[in-house]
Design a protein around this ligand. Structure first.
Ligand SMILES: [Fe+2]
Length: 299
């Protein structure tokens, strides 16, 4: 990735990958097994978070500032209305992958892979590890929602660690202090631990901050098994799947299904390498896999 030049140092995220690089700094090791999910020392965690925040590059910091300021309950409702209530365009999965690939990243073309190559790399690693076909397919498509960028959405409304809106912002969210500028922080309805939700209501009923995860989830949810749906909707829900937050909103089924979200996370975070997959050679396998689960065109 190109070093950030002084002129753009305070601009939020020139490349979506800057957010992912920051995630890898924060979570350098694969997720711990589910049994040790809650075995975190909160004080130690807080201190570590502060260190990462202090060392984050200015563009990443600015990205989180905007994300935390603008992702309100009303903003999420408005985006759902805008993107989920009508069809913008009908597209097949492979076609959407090629469309995402037009997202031009001006980082170094010799070392950085295209969006399509990243998706194939994730899927190929899942395939090599002998996982079921729906799991491979989930890896292939999990970031397709980033086409929101091509619809003109700013990075803070496409990527970022997700969190629930309509209730208090979890202390485990990185750069928590930036929520002070979020109008919901002054709305008493949204600032209790439960907010507008009921205890154990299940995450299906909970509104998450808007981004590529939520968008893609709604587009593909009728075509994937539950495990894949969970992986898609919650793959950036780091406060929940890495920090153990929001347990009070989860149903027992959510808690069980999060084992799958955690099983997916290492493929999302750690499989990216500079090894270029052979797109044309792999395409027939993936076209067949896509056709097994999806109609020719999706809304
Ligand atoms: Fe993602």
């Amino acid at each position: 990735m190109k070093p950030v030049t002084p002129a753009s140092a305070n601009a939020p995220l020139q490349h979506l990958e800057e957010w992912e690089d920051f995630l890898k700094e924060r979570y350098p090791a694969p997720a711990a097994p589910a049994s040790s999910f809650n075995a975190v020392d909160p004080d130690k965690k807080k201190q570590q978070f502060r260190n990462y925040e202090a060392e984050a590059r200015p563009s990443v910091r600015e990205f989180y500032r905007l994300n935390h300021q603008h992702q309100t309950y009303d903003f999420v409702q408005a985006k759902k209305q805008e993107f989920l209530s009508r069809s913008r365009r009908q597209m097949g999965i492979w076609e959407a992958m090629e469309y995402l690939n037009t997202l031009v990243d001006d980082s170094d073309p010799d070392t950085d892979l295209s969006q399509l190559e990243h998706l194939l790399q994730t899927a190929e690693q899942i395939r090599r590890d002998g996982h079921p076909r729906w799991f491979i397919l989930t890896g292939l498509i999990h970031d397709l929602g980033k086409i929101l960028c091509l619809y003109g959405e700013p990075p803070w409304a496409v990527v970022g660690d997700t969190f629930s809106v309509g209730c208090a912002f979890s202390e485990t969210i990185v750069f928590h202090q930036f929520f002070a500028a979020n109008p919901d922080a002054k709305d008493p309805r949204y600032q209790t631990q439960l907010g507008i939700y009921q205890s154990g209501c299940g995450l299906d009923k909970v509104h998450l901050s808007w981004g590529h995860d939520e968008y893609l989830y709604h587009v593909v949810k009728d075509h994937l098994p539950d495990e894949g749906r969970y992986m898609i909707r919650y793959h950036s829900f780091y406060p929940a799947h890495r920090e153990g937050a929001y347990q009070h909103l989860m149903s027992e089924a959510d808690k069980r299904m999060f084992d799958w979200v955690r099983a997916f996370n290492p493929y999302d975070l750690y499989t990216k390498s500079h090894e270029r997959p052979d797109v044309q050679k792999l395409r027939p396998f993936y076209e067949e896999l896509i056709a097994e689960f999806f109609p020719q065109k999706l809304k």
